[in-house]
Design a protein around this ligand. Structure first.
Ligand code: XLS
Ligand code: NI
Ligand code: NI
Length: 447
């Protein structure tokens, strides 16, 4: 990758390209474990992990929260004289950061990259102008677009939803935004297009026709899919489940709910899941549960690699730091065959009190190192083979004889029930959970 900032203002001056220095390095601005070119199994680390940087958190979020003002205002905004200038400077800062981090992908919402215009037509023009500039920077640096999306939740007009808004005109405005965001994604050769329905849900059932809203959502997604395919989009569509926040209840509550919805409406061939760790926790699941559930349906697409805080119940979007969780996540991803169009997008933001310019780098370094460790451990789990072999053996009674006949659908219920006459005492077989957890810990330490 070229040094992007040459010829532009350098926004992160004093911080160079982040290099791999190994576990013994005490340089906070170096990778300890993420060695992009290192082979793990049959692929390079970078090709397994496909890291993406989230435009909204890294270049838009400024520490504002419901209780206080910005703590880290961005120079690309404060130094700019107009919204258009700020958008271009933000783009420069973003590509400088991508290249310095060595991240090969990024993700964006339409409203992250350029300000909304006075009319939908003006907004679309703004986005097209930005897209042309982003395309040039992609070409210059080799950085690619993992996925694009439309923000149908920030503008007050979407306070009652976008695709599920009770007012048809608002739904149509949402469609105009999605169409423009799909066009931008195609133009930038995006590998995916995501729907996260923050306000596609309800605050109260007393004012909601739930059945109608879900049908509207399905039709809206179908129209988007049909349009994008007609325009030649070959990538994946993703739904990103989340149970609530900002709504009391979101229709794409969790992976299992989304799979049922997609299958019911015939969208399961084009759509896959974008699983976010923090959303999994909010739904009362763990990250690996959501990944395995999507993989079992053949619909694991991409990942928002962040974490919550176990003590509080909202979407804190913190950078991942647990090797244990990353190992279980990467184990699920490797077992599913790895990413194709998807990758690990850091839908994570630095804390409000992280005000040093280096904090954004250290946060991403930590997240990338965490998943690099997770990958190595997961590969170790597969190579050593004890856990997969244990699971296989646990179901061995279905591999032959009557168990295999059951799986093939060769029994009716009376025939199945009749088999037990000959069984006698079946006995108890241990699930060996503690043994398996001990084994996992030994892989973690690598002893
Ligand atoms: C919010 C979501 C959002 C999506 C993209 O909770 O995680 O950031 O990833 O719209
Ligand atoms: Ni989130
Ligand atoms: Ni997300």
């Amino acid at each position: 990758m070229a040094d992007y900032f040459v010829g532009h203002k350098e926004y992160f001056a004093g911080i160079g390209k982040i290099k791999y220095e190994g576990a013994k390095s005490d340089n906070p601005l170096a990778f300890k474990y993420y060695d992009a070119e290192r082979l793990v199994g049959n692929k390079k680390m970078k090709d397994h992990l496909r890291f993406a940087i989230a435009y909204w958190h890294s270049f838009c979020a400024d520490g504002t929260d419901p209780f206080g003002a910005a703590t880290h205002p961005h120079p690309w905004v404060t130094d700019s004289k107009s919204a258009a200038e700020a958008a271009e400077h933000k783009l420069d800062a973003a590509f400088e950061f991508f290249t310095k981090m060595g991240a090969e992908f990024y993700c964006f919402h339409d409203r992250d990259v350029v300000a909304e215009g006075a009319t939908p037509a003006e907004s679309e023009k703004n986005l097209q102008a930005w897209t042309a500039k982003a395309k040039e920077r992609q070409k210059a640096t080799g950085v690619k677009l993992l996925w694009g999306t439309a923000n149908l939740f920030s503008n007050p007009r979407f306070m009652n939803g976008g695709a599920t808004n009770p007012e048809f005109k608002v739904l149509a405005l949402g469609a105009s935004q999605v169409k423009a965001a799909i066009d931008a994604t195609i133009e930038l050769n995006g590998q995916g297009y995501t729907f996260w329905g923050g306000r596609e849900g309800y605050m109260s059932l007393l004012n909601t026709d739930l059945k109608r809203e879900k049908e509207h959502l399905a039709r809206f997604l179908t129209l988007a899919r049909d349009y994008a395919r007609k325009q030649g989009f070959k990538g994946a569509f993703y739904i990103e489940p989340k149970p609530c926040e900002p709504t009391k209840h979101q229709y794409d509550y969790d992976t299992e709910t989304v799979i049922g919805f997609l299958r019911y409406y015939g969208l399961d061939k084009d759509f896959r899941l974008n699983i976010e760790a923090n959303h999994a926790e909010l739904a009362g699941h763990d990250f690996a549960h959501e990944l395995e559930t999507a993989a079992a349906a053949g619909m694991l697409g991409s990942v928002d690699a962040n974490r919550g805080d176990y003590i509080n119940g909202w979407d804190t979007d913190q950078f991942p730091s647990s090797y244990y969780e990353a190992a279980l996540a990467m184990f699920a991803i490797l077992k599913a065959g790895g990413f194709t169009t998807g990758g690990l997008n850091f839908d994570s933001k630095i804390r409000r009190n992280s005000v040093d310019p280096a904090d954004l780098f250290e946060a991403h370094i930590g997240g990338m190192d965490t998943f690099a460790v997770g990958l190595v451990i997961a590969q170790r789990m597969l190579d050593d083979g004890k856990i997969p072999a244990f699971v296989k053996k646990r179901y061995a009674s279905f591999d032959s004889g009557d168990g295999a006949k059951f799986e093939k659908g060769e029994f009716d219920l009376p025939a199945l029930a009749g088999l037990v006459k000959e069984y006698g005492n079946i006995g108890l077989t241990s699930g060996k959970q503690e043994y398996l957890e001990n084994l996992l810990n030994s892989y973690l330490l690598g002893l």
